[in-house]
Design a protein around this ligand. Sequence first.
Ligand SMILES: [Zn+2]
Length: 157
Amino acid sequence: MNENPHGRARDLIGRERVDGISTADHEWLNGHLETCPECVRLAEATDHALQSLRALSVAIPPALANRTQLRVYLRAQDLQKRRRGGWMVWAACGVSWAAGIASAPYVWRAFEWMGHLSGLPSLVWKMGFALWWAAPALLAAGALLIDRSDGERYRTR
Ligand SMILES: [Zn+2]
């Protein structure tokens, strides 16, 4: 094999944590890590990513791993949500607004760049930006209206 030592180290770092590697490979890898700060950083990043993955799978209750049970859970949530007066829709509204505001400067720049690249008049890309920005808010408002009329139907029953 004529691959470079860093490529071999990267490969071994991944396999060491997933399948395990032979003693000879382990020794070679340790030797390389002693001389190569770049691959040490990669090993640390890999450890960190695996730790986050494990933390994430702990955070999801094991019962929810089953898709059928997840659906039942979501249905129960849905019913609960109606009883609580649709606060989840308000939360979704808030999140979409916050995301819209946070990403607005980047999207503005992206539209500006595309506008210059395609030679469109600035009014056109500014309109595009306004539409992109307003769309999530309109969707959230629509969801809120649907949720409200649903709530009314439940109350009159
Ligand atoms: Zn290396």
